[in-house]
Ligand binder design. Structure first.
Ligand code: PSU
Ligand code: MN
Length: 315
């Protein structure tokens, strides 16, 4: 458990924790590093509204001046999303390894999937919604660039809803590492394909599949009731009406990856993912961003529906 003076829990989240209301955690690296302003703000707000509309409490997690915030006020969200605001200048992308330094140096940062899971799980939050997880980067056989998200899933038991992993990554190797880490990967819906963010299929199959929110809740409940609790990663495919646009964006993804290799960006550690995300945005003239918003909103809807079903199972 975090020391009380390090933690600021919003009233809404505090109330939900003490009355066992369903909660969905949300990351903030997507706000500080994943999406441009002001779409980052409108998306963060819309995810919270979607989750609330299902009777679930959203818990957006971020570090502000060295304090861990679980549940942000509107004004905090506005400041965090604006790269020119006083608190966001130089905001750090906070993975597990960055938590200690950012707290002790009283810095501000957006938490990645790994950073968010670490904090959310310590509070007993069971469900987390994001867009795409980090994974094994292409060329990782020499760079060894494997996102801490995958190892976090292996050691911090939660259910994570995502649209798979962007094909800026090496998806088959990402699935291999998830297997090694003992993470249950399940596709959500009627197809077994592991989604590739902008497209419903990565060409790889998930080892498992759940058809609906009830089945997902039963799986999570089981995973969390085993002697050592286990994580579940749900791959939710982009809604079918966007699949065609997604296939176009995919071509720009390939171009961005090629450029990152040519420019040597692929060897720059934590900068790689934000660089690729930004470049895909430039190449697609905002099309990728629009799809990104659509699919995260869809994940939030589904994650919240599952959170309701799961909380009924604990009654
Ligand atoms: N993938 C996306 N959008 C994102 C990220 C990944 O499509 O915003 C962010 C998430 O916060 C994820 C992090 O946890 O990047 C992974 O970064 P890295 O590869 O440096 O671990
Ligand atoms: Mn990395």
């Amino acid at each position: 458990m975090f020391q009380g003076d390090r933690l600021q829990i919003s009233e809404e989240v505090h109330d939900a924790l003490s009355t066992s209301k369903p909660i969905v955690a949300l990351e903030s690296a997507i706000i500080t590093h994943g999406m441009p302003h002001p779409t980052n703000l409108s998306t963060a707000s819309s995810l919270e509204s979607i989750i609330r509309s299902k009777g679930v409490v959203p818990a957006t997690i971020a570090l502000i001046n060295g304090k861990i915030h679980v549940g942000l006020t509107e004004s905090e969200l506005i400041q965090l999303s604006d790269p020119q605001s006083k608190i966001s200048k130089g905001a750090v992308k906070v993975s597990r390894r960055d938590l200690g330094p950012v707290i002790s140096l009283k810095k501000t940062g957006g938490t990645t999937v790994a950073g968010t899971m670490y904090i959310a799980e310590s509070l007993g939050i069971k469900i987390f919604v994001t867009g795409g997880i980090g994974g094994v980067h292409r060329g990782a056989e020499s760079s060894m660039d494997i996102s801490a998200d995958l190892l976090e899933l292996g050691r911090t038991p939660m259910a994570v809803f995502c649209a798979g992993a962007k094909s800026i990554l090496d998806i088959p190797r990402t699935l291999e590492v998830l297997e090694t880490q003992g993470v249950c990967v399940a596709s959500y819906g009627d197809k077994q394909d592991f989604p590739a963010f902008y497209t419903p299929s990565s060409g790889c199959q998930s080892p498992w599949r759940v058809g609906d929110a009830d089945a997902a809740a039963r799986l999570i409940y089981t995973q969390l009731s085993l002697p050592t609790k286990l994580s579940t990663l749900f791959g939710v495919p982009i809604p079918s009406q966007h699949a065609e646009a997604g296939a176009d964006v995919q071509q720009s993804v390939e171009q961005a990856v090629r450029e990152s290799v040519e420019l040597g960006i692929d060897k720059r550690g934590k900068e790689v993912t934000p660089w690729l995300l930004k470049r895909v945005g430039e190449l697609t003239g905002g099309k990728a961003l629009g799809l990104n918003v659509n699919l995260i909103e869809n994940n939030a809807r589904i994650g919240a529906e599952v959170a309701v079903k799961l909380s009924e199972m604990y009654q």
